[in-house]
Design a protein around this ligand. Structure first.
Ligand code: AMP
Ligand code: MG
Length: 403
């Protein structure tokens, strides 16, 4: 077991325990947010055939004078979705709609706005442009790979997959993460609460973080501070989950049962990371599956998830930290308030990042206690202050900007 390690080292250790996720098919309708498990080659050329980018007239460029109006004989109308094809010869034009096939013999398009019909003829008053013709395969050739393994299926990727002819794609199975909150003081929001109790909040926030990272969360019942209760809950969860996240009970207190049970019966890989907030997380294995023991303070559990569990998800999907899904990105910000760092620890103060004319700037607005979840709500980022450093007004520092 390693103790009190740097965040960098902790990330290295959790990545070793990344999941090996199998693939499953998903229809495009349900593909949003999924991670592509195979590269996709186009089944068709895009465009499929030469077609018009404008509603207008398909013409021969050499027939149209750039200086004076030209009268051309109309041969018909080429419509999108129609199998009818046309041919034009010198002195002729074919009316054409956006997306319709280009008639044989035509090499340019005149916009409809720059024309007037005169009996069986059309009077062309604007330029005939070859750039208004979209050529077969100019975007994508049949057989060319356009989406790579690990691609986050965002709306544009989904459209592209459909353009390429896929109705269903192979994606990585969603990792199933069990979430277990511990603490005698916890009661469910909405239920009756006694003077010495608090509403359980971490499991809800952590479940949302899991979903945001592309996982499926199972929230288990809160476990009281008892070794037997926790053992039973963990043994139950390992049957259905790829990994477990617990909340609370990882510090030095007498009732910190997650730490105690892991010491007695689990496998601890590390305990404690040099960061504030979020110092005491435990990482290890229970019955062979990864278990992240997050501190109970709500800010700490969110911050540790963002810094440590997020990279573990990326490693499991084979994506990089700058690829989606992620919870944010590392940026440089200019501080508009002073912030105090922490001795010997990476300091993650909550900041609100906005942009001004010169770039990103950051301010702080609330009490920074690790129990104050509202401090994450009213801010949108974290400082990444190296151990033992403060940041004064005007200084430019590294920060994590939540998305
Ligand atoms: P612990 O890590 O168990 O020592 O808890 C640290 C602090 O976080 C205590 O004030 C707890 O009451 C609080 N806490 C622990 N678990 C939760 C939870 N699931 N939801 C909200 N607060 C919690
Ligand atoms: Mg506790």
């Amino acid at each position: 077991m390693e103790r009190g390690i740097s965040l960098e080292r902790a990330i290295t250790l959790v990545k070793i325990e990344k999941l090996n996720l199998s693939l499953e098919p998903v229809n495009l309708e349900n593909a949003y947010g999924r991670i592509l498990g195979n590269g996709l080659k186009s089944k068709v050329d895009d465009p499929r055939f030469d077609n018009s980018a404008m509603d207008g007239w398909a013409v021969r460029k050499e027939d149209c004078s750039p200086k004076e109006n030209t009268s051309l004989e109309i041969v018909g109308t080429s419509q999108a979705g129609s199998s009818k094809t046309f041919t034009i010869s010198s002195g002729q034009a074919c009316k054409i709609m956006t997306g319709a096939q280009i008639p044989k013999g035509a090499n340019a398009i005149v916009m409809i706005e720059e024309s007037e019909i005169d009996g069986d003829n059309v009077i062309i008053s604007g330029p005939a442009r070859d750039t208004y013709i979209r050529h077969k395969g100019e975007n994508l050739l049949k057989g060319k790979k356009a989406l790579s393994i690990g691609n986050f299926m965002d709306p544009a990727s989904i459209s592209l997959a459909a353009t390429m002819g896929y109705e269903s794609i192979e994606v990585f199975r969603k990792p199933v993460i069990g979430i277990i909150s511990t603490g005698d003081e916890l009661v469910m929001p909405g239920s009756k609460i006694k003077d010495w109790e608090i509403y359980e909040s971490n499991s809800f926030g952590i479940a949302a973080l899991v979903q945001k990272m592309g996982g499926e969360a199972i929230r288990y019942d809160v476990v009281a501070d008892s070794l037997d209760g926790l053992r039973e809950s963990l043994n139950h969860a390992v049957k259905n989950c790829d990994a477990i996240i617990t909340s609370g009970g990882v510090s030095m207190g007498d009732w910190d049962i997650v730490r105690k049970l892991m010491e007695l019966e689990g496998e601890i890989i590390f305990w404690g990371v040099d960061m504030r907030p979020g110092g005491p997380p435990i990482f290890g294995k229970w019955s062979g599956i990864p278990i992240f023991g997050l501190p109970g303070n709500p800010v700490s559990s969110h911050v540790v998830f963002s810094m440590l569990i997020c990279p573990w998800f990326s490693a499991s999907f084979g994506t990089s930290k700058n690829q989606s899904p992620n919870l944010g990105k590392q940026v440089r910000v200019k501080m508009l308030d002073n912030v105090k760092g922490a001795k010997g620890k990476l300091c993650l103060r909550r900041i609100r990042i906005t942009s001004d004319l010169n770039g990103l700037v950051a301010t702080t607005h609330t009490h920074q206690g690790s129990g104050n979840i509202n401090s994450i709500v009213v801010h949108n980022g974290l400082t990444l202050l190296p151990p033992g450093t403060d940041a004064n007004v005007g200084e430019i520092i590294d920060a994590f900007w939540f998305n």
